[in-house]
Design a protein around this ligand. Structure first.
Ligand code: VGL
Ligand code: ZN
Length: 201
């Protein structure tokens, strides 16, 4: 079914986004068996890993008087503030132990710059600074990007939108995602996919 020019992009399936983690996405762990199975049907798989320094600016703890899940203004635009999560080289930042994709070809880390967040696997939250993934996928000759993982309405959403914007055929398999769902963000993601020609499977 999947072609040699299709790549599965598995986004942020990490302990901190699973129940018991510091930014737990409801049911986050439930996607793991499904993604393992799906990955077997792809010749090419790329993983991403949210990877923040301990003092990352997306953490509410860096903004006195602010709480997690509030929005603040950053030089690059509005930014949701989060509990401390996915701190480099901590157990919370590790990929889920049951994620088993031995043939994954690349693990791309993102959000490693203290001053700027990166939801998308392609661009940081200024929507300008590239992570290099777009060039990598283009140079490898991929045509379609299939997105799964956590969280549906943040990192999966922005990765899919940027993949589409860069000219890749783009698909999101919602059954293999879970959402944080802040103020209707999951519905907004579905609407945005429809507007942009991103296939929601
Ligand atoms: C994510 C919030 C903060 C995600 C990452 O993977 O969706 N969400 N960092
Ligand atoms: Zn993060």
């Amino acid at each position: 079914m999947w072609k040699d020019t299709d790549v599965l992009l598995v986004i942020d399936v990490q302990n901190d986004f699973c129940p018991g983690g510091r930014l737990a996405v409801p049911g986050g762990n439930e996607v793991v068996p499904l993604i393992n199975r799906l990955a077997k049907s792809f010749r090419h798989v790329v993983l991403t890993q949210d990877w923040h320094p301990a003092e990352h600016k997306s953490f509410a703890s860096r903004h006195p008087g602010k709480s997690a899940f509030e929005t603040t203004m950053m030089p690059y635009g509005p930014q949701t503030l989060w509990p401390d999560h996915c701190i480099q080289d901590t157990p919370g930042a590790a990929l889920h132990a049951d994620l088993h994709i031995p043939h994954a070809e690349l693990i791309l880390r993102k959000g490693f710059r203290e001053e700027i967040d990166s939801y998308s696997a392609f661009f940081e939250n200024d929507h300008k600074t590239p992570t290099g993934l777009g060039g990598y996928l283009r140079e490898r000759g991929f045509e379609k990007v299939v997105c799964v993982g956590l969280a549906f309405d943040f990192c999966v959403r922005f990765s899919a939108e940027d993949a589409r914007m860069l000219g890749f055929d783009t698909e999101v398999i919602e059954a293999a995602c879970r959402a944080i769902d802040l103020q209707g963000s999951a519905d907004q993601a579905r609407k945005s996919f429809a507007d942009r020609g991103i296939v929601l499977a």
